[in-house]
Design a protein around this ligand. Structure first.
Ligand code: ARG
Length: 461
């Protein structure tokens, strides 16, 4: 006979089809330890309200400790007859302390305020773990930026050669969004730190229980201000899931670059053998599967987020059973990132860049044309004119199949008397990089500074 948390007003048990649809232990079991922590705190406020004696409280806490140990060891687990994690754990408690004492714990709480609290506890824990994994990835990228400091590469817009940049600047450009993702998790936590426990089903408790005491014991900053909101809202889950999707998107953009960089045509990077895969038919293949899985799983993370928002849309207040559907998407997002982040970190940490190739491609495709225009501006030529003249230099080069630095003094003079031989000072990659020395620019002195700023920022996190 199943131990249900309801049944008094029903003539028989639920239909098998309903029970099968309703059951959630296969995914909410991961909240078991948090449920028990909530029960301990709840038992203490029952005691404070005079609803348990000291002896009853200590019997209850012993029972919960035993249950906790058995859950952790695997000696106790949910059975097919348990509807959800709460039901299973109540059964476990009753088995340990008897129905007379065990049956007192549920006073003044509902699975609605319980589950809303447990999901917050679990997500707050996961936010810290995921943040740590993102920071490890940032460290790996920053270490590569250090290793390859000084190497220039072609910076692109529209995938076309645009201007030379330092490889380190480009790698750091992938770090900052990840820093913001960690900051998003930290900031999210301030909103997640509000405890629904004590809200009951929706209207609050009549038993003189102290929600603030439960909140404090469970590590929350405060008890929720509104019991209806506390049990019905899942924006805190949706916001967390947005951050996981954003991390997925940030990883995917990085992954896409690695995939392109590893092609024969680009040949910017070699993947380490331990982070590449082979082909079952083509013996020569070395595939960037980690990066491709990152790109693919970003779609999955976006789907998890979109699905959750769709579940919430149109739900009236307060609790509706639809809300049970908040868990699988966000758990899937968490599990996905725990697999993906270490693999991405390892792949990025072991990438080997081809310095010579990056350096030699950096000035190609007329990527120094902007430098000619800006040099002219420094000679007091209006930018409109300077842009035209630099464009003309490109046109001449294109006609002759040469690069900008191959134009002779005579060629320059023929285009404009403003283009004196001194223009050559910016027709080198080093000259171009060095000139972009404003804050945030790719000049080596700025990028060196930026590396320090990143490290300081990360150290604060
Ligand atoms: N398992 C539910 C959830 O995950 C909590 C139980 C609430 N059930 C109920 N009948 N009020 O949201």
């Amino acid at each position: 006979e199943a131990t249900r948390l309801w049944g008094g007003r029903f003539a028989g048990g639920p239909a098998d089809a309903l029970a099968a649809l309703s059951v959630s232990t296969h995914f909410d079991w991961r909240l078991a330890a948090h449920d028990i922590a909530g029960s301990r705190a709840h038992a203490r406020v029952l005691r404070a309200a005079g609803l348990l004696s000291d002896a009853e409280l200590s019997g209850m806490l012993d029972g919960l400790d035993g249950l906790d140990a058995d859950v952790r060891s695997g000696a106790f687990s949910a059975t097919v007859a348990d509807e959800d994690v709460h039901t299973a754990l109540e059964r476990g408690l009753l088995e340990r302390v008897g129905t007379e004492l065990g049956g007192r714990l549920r006073a003044g709480r509902s699975r609605n305020d319980q589950i809303a609290t447990l999901i917050r506890m679990y997500l707050r824990e996961q936010a810290r773990l995921l943040g740590g994994e993102v920071l490890a990835l940032i460290d790996a990228l920053a270490a590569q930026a250090e290793t390859y400091f000084g190497v220039a590469m072609p910076g692109r817009t529209h995938m076309q050669h645009a201007q030379p940049v330092l490889l380190s600047h480009h790698l750091l450009a992938h770090c900052w969004p990840l820093v913001r993702d960690v900051l998003r998790l930290r900031d999210w936590d301030t909103r997640a730190a509000s405890s629904p426990y004590g809200s009951g089903a929706l209207a609050g408790s009549s038993l003189g229980l102290d929600p603030a005491a439960v909140a404090a014991e469970l590590g929350f900053d405060a008890a929720a201000e509104n019991s209806i909101d506390a049990t019905a809202a899942r924006d805190v889950v949706a916001e967390f899931s947005f951050v996981t999707a954003m991390i997925g998107v940030d990883l995917s953009r990085m992954a896409e670059e690695v995939i392109i960089w590893a092609t024969k045509e680009f040949s910017f990077v070699a993947l380490d053998d331990s982070y590449s895969t082979g082909s079952s038919i083509m013996p020569q293949k070395k595939n960037p599967d980690v990066a491709e899985l990152a790109r693919g799983k970003a779609g999955r993370l976006i789907g998890d987020h979109a699905g959750l928002l769709a579940t919430l849309k149109g739900l009236p207040l307060a609790y509706n059973r639809d809300l049970q559907e908040d868990k699988e998407p966000v758990f899937d997002a968490i599990d996905t990132l725990h697999l993906l982040l270490p693999a991405m970190t390892g792949m990025l940490a072991t990438l080997r860049f081809d310095r010579d190739r990056l350096e030699s491609l950096a000035p190609q495709g007329f990527s120094l044309a902007t430098d000619i225009a800006e040099w002219l501006v420094r000679q007091h030529v209006p930018f409109r004119v300077a842009h035209e003249l630099a464009g003309e230099c490109v046109r001449v080069c294109e006609q002759r199949g040469i690069e900008l630095d191959e134009l002779t003094d005579t060629d320059f003079a023929a285009i404009s008397p403003h283009l004196t031989p001194a223009v050559r000072e910016v027709l080198t990659v080093a000259g171009s990089l060095g000139s972009r020395s404003a804050v945030g620019g790719t000049a080596p002195v700025r990028v060196r500074e930026q590396l320090g700023q990143l490290q300081d920022r990360v150290a604060e996190l």
